[in-house]
Write a protein that binds this ligand. Structure first.
Ligand code: NAD
Length: 261
């Protein structure tokens, strides 16, 4: 199934689940940044919630808001019994320490799964795992390569693949191109989360049975591009746009339902 087909089918299931709930889950999205990417992400999340029958409210604050004032608002949301879960849309303006904000969100309301004590996983790796499992991708004893080691994608992705008993290798900015080629050649599952347009090209050799997951979002005047060149000769390659971004959005709603239950 393509990602779009999968999302459509899952949304129908979630809609039915929400419709059967005596109380609809309440999500709050806190937004400070006004950049185009943040605006698009927030719009997408609100649209998904509306479509699924989830109550979502946007709490918008000025971009010059102080860290102290934001932490106060987070404390209020933590206590508000009407709020099941909330997220603070990243990135945040420079005057605010993102790590402090991630730790301020009560773990039981942390639908983004960023808090170290949160029972939920971050939405991007969770969304990827859900889709790969749905597609019947095998994990046990398979060679998985994750490129990128960020706290919100690379590291949790590696941890989740390890939990499924993959042999996991994490590559990053200090990995040489020669080593990258060596690891990729034997990889069964590759997740690229770097943010460099077409870092991975057909120059690299892959197993024809490989599964390539492209997390990267790179914008230019022609639109959005992934970290992987399109049309790789492999079994499965997720597209950009219309790929991991949609899986991430869906996983946010699924995380909220896990809290609301
Ligand atoms: P980040 O900047 O925090 O991390 C990038 C990682 O890439 C770092 O760990 C770094 O070591 C590694 N890296 C940098 N240059 C490299 C190179 N030449 N070779 C190998 N590794 C290199 O980024 P992030 O937050 O993990 O996001 C990565 C990309 O994924 C970005 O394009 C971001 O926009 C995108 N993203 C997409 C979604 C989605 O829903 N589709 C979600 C999160 C992030």
């Amino acid at each position: 199934m393509t990602i779009k087909e999968y999302i459509k089918a899952r949304k129908e299931e979630i809609k039915a689940e929400v419709a059967a709930m005596p109380k609809k889950p309440n999500l709050v999205i806190v937004q400070l940044n006004e950049d185009e990417a943040s605006k698009a992400y927030v719009k997408g999340k609100l649209k998904d919630a509306a479509e699924l029958g989830i109550n979502a409210k946007l709490l918008k604050f000025p971009v010059e808001m102080s860290e102290k004032a934001l932490l106060k608002e987070i404390a209020k949301l933590n206590k508000d019994k009407k709020v099941d879960g909330f997220i603070v849309q990243m990135p945040l303006p420079k005057q605010i320490d993102e790590e402090k904000v991630k730790l301020a969100v009560a773990p039981e309301k942390d639908v983004d799964g960023f808090h170290p004590m949160s029972a939920l996983n971050p939405c991007t790796p969770q969304g990827i795992m859900n889709y790969l499992k749905h597609e019947g991708v095998e994990f046990l004893g398979k060679n998985a390569v994750v490129i990128g080691r960020s706290n919100i994608v690379g590291k949790p992705m590696a941890k989740m693949l390890l939990k499924e008993s993959c042999n996991v290798t994490v590559l990053h900015s200090k990995t040489s191109k020669e080593d990258m080629a060596r690891y990729l050649k034997y990889a069964d599952i590759v997740v690229v989360a770097v943010g460099r347009q077409h870092l991975i090209t057909k120059e690299f050799e892959f197993k024809p049975s490989a599964v390539l997951v492209d997390v990267g979002i790179n914008r230019d005047e022609n639109g959005l591009h992934g970290d992987i060149e399109p049309g790789m000769p492999v079994a499965l390659q997720t597209p950009v746009p219309g790929g991991v971004g949609l899986l991430t959005r869906l996983a946010l709603m699924e995380n909220l339902l896990k809290i609301g239950r």
